[in-house]
Ligand binder design. Structure first.
Ligand code: IMP
Length: 497
């Protein structure tokens, strides 16, 4: 038995001290881009992300819809592996069908359907516009568009047909298949439409170009796309059915894989990485984890992992530490692993990125994680709160709007492949709960990134590497922690006295 002398600490136990801010330190100059997978020192990583955030490999978090929204703002999602191989591969394929700027037409309705049915469909799929085809399938003939602005149940009957209120193809400006995105955007603006349908000579729709996507692109200009401008997407894999799952995911177009386990310091992960290298060489990227110390990092990096994921027990839905007594404060884990990453790069010339997974409660914790040297962050609770996460919205007892969020080790998910308790789940390692609903991913990520940029400016840095190298962090006392928050009662609607 060995007892380490340092106390295990997490992000909320530190504050950053400002460094000199000079005239070059402006928010528009801050570059948050990060390598996602291993690369030779001095060379570019084969996959870089402009927004160093990835979504957790969880059923309550990463769906194709969230993956598209996150890739649009420069991050990347990992679709979960706690589902049949075919279903996960289909989720990957759904994301890969989308080219940046061109939305694939997945949701359709027949002209004879009722406005009530159209309304329900739009609510379920959280779309503003649905494509009307003659037979209601994606391969049917394009007849028009119906959107939430085309009807109002105070004026129109729920039983009225979609055909009676849709914008018919004859009244719409459309563009032929093969139109460039630049041309499509011009047509969109010239026609004053919110949506431009791209139609084949046969009359079938191939894609939609949306004004909202154009505006997002203008805001972020940093989509995570592959060489064909298709959105990039990741997928979780496990140490059990990997010989079948990995080929299916590669076939469906997954850009990067990640082993999904609460404890990644195992020969099983080594074997999966070996399998990938033997079968695909370096053409398939695979991250591994989770680990919390330098031994675990080196083991997985030496095995050939493309990135290593750090964190045990810090997740917002996690009860692993209570149940098993295993884990480590996230800040302490990074403080040990980041120097091991840099030493490996120095010794071998190979840089293996570190992903900090879980335990981010406030946006400020993200800045602190980057200051500790994390290359990118994996987030569950953060993304679970957004429109695009797959979990249902519900109303709390106090009337507040919530979204469901459950752990992969909860009785609800029973992700046995992640927890390896000998076959099935014998006890829970996660809980099933709620988070506050806060709106769209793009709106929230924009605010979070503004905060991180602002922190970096105060610390005199315009790149994550420099931020990490020059950051000065100080542990704080309990009294200082208390003073992190306001000391007055918040009054949303003050009245004059
Ligand atoms: P969060 O961002 O703090 O919500 O943490 C998300 C992370 O928690 C995930 O990426 C997983 O690593 C981890 N996780 C997911 N489900 C569970 C669980 O049921 N128990 C423990 N950890 C979990």
């Amino acid at each position: 038995m060995r007892i380490l002398s340092e106390t295990s600490r997490t992000f909320g136990e530190y504050l950053l001290l400002p460094n000199l801010t000079d005239e070059d330190c402006t928010p528009d100059r801050v570059d948050l881009s990060a390598p996602l997978v291993r690369h030779r020192v001095g060379q570019q990583s084969p996959i870089r992300i402009a927004t160093p955030m990835v979504s957790a490999i969880m059923g309550a978090v990463s769906s194709p819809q969230l993956a598209i929204a996150l890739a649009q703002v420069g991050g990347l999602s990992f679709l979960h592996q706690n589902q049949p191989i075919g279903e996960q591969a289909e989720m990957v394929a759904t994301v890969k069908r989308h080219k940046a700027g061109f939305r694939h037409n997945d949701v359709n309705i027949k002209p004879s359907a009722t406005l009530h049915e159209a309304d329900l469909l739009m609510r379920q799929t959280r779309l503003d516009v649905v494509v009307v085809t003659d037979d209601g399938t994606p391969s049917g003939r394009f007849l028009g568009l119906i959107g939430t602005r085309d009807y109002n149940f105070h004026r129109h009957q729920p039983g009225d047909s979609v055909e009676s209120r849709m914008l018919p193809v004859a009244d719409l400006v459309t563009a032929p298949h093969g139109t460039t995105l630049e041309r499509a955007n011009s047509l969109l603006w010239d026609s004053r439409q919110d949506v431009l349908p791209i139609v084949e000579a046969t009359g079938h729709l191939t894609a939609l170009v949306q004004r909202r996507d154009y505006e997002l692109h203008e805001q972020f200009r940093t989509e995570t796309v592959d060489g064909d401008k298709r959105f990039r997407v990741g997928a979780g894999v496990n140490t059990r059915d990997f010989k079948d799952r990995i080929p299916a995911l590669v076939e469906s177009g997954a850009d990067v894989l990640c082993l999904d386990s609460s404890d990644g310091y195992s020969v099983w992960q080594h074997r999966v990485i070996e399998f990938v290298r033997e079968r695909y060489g370096d053409t398939v990227h695979i991250g591994a984890g989770n680990v919390v110390d330098a031994r675990g990092f080196r083991y997985l990096a030496d095995a050939g992992a493309d990135f290593v994921k750090v964190g045990i027990g810090g997740g917002s839905i996690c009860i692993t530490r209570d149940q098993k007594g295993i884990g480590r404060g996230q800040a302490t884990a990074l403080a040990e692993i980041v120097p091991a990453r840099d030493a490996l790069a120095e010794k071998t010339g190979m840089y293996v990125p570190v992903c900090s997974d879980g335990g981010v409660i406030h946006d400020s914790h993200m800045a602190i994680a980057y200051a500790f040297g994390a290359d990118f962050l994996m987030l569950g609770r953060y993304f679970a709160r957004f429109d695009e996460s797959p979990a249902p919205k519900v109303r709390g007892a106090g009337g507040q709007v919530l979204k469901e969020y459950w752990g992969e080790g909860s009785a609800r998910a029973r992700n046995a492949a992640r927890y390896g308790q000998g076959g099935d789940m014998v006890f829970e390692e996660g809980v099933d709960g709620y988070v506050n609903y806060v709106g769209s991913l793009a709106d929230n990520v924009k605010v979070t990134l503004a905060k991180i940029r602002s922190t970096m400016i105060s610390c005199g840095s315009t790149s994550l590497r420099r931020f990490h190298e020059t950051a000065v962090l100080e542990p704080i006392s309990q009294q200082t922690f208390v003073q992190n928050s306001e000391e007055v009662d918040r009054n949303e609607r003050p009245t004059v006295v």
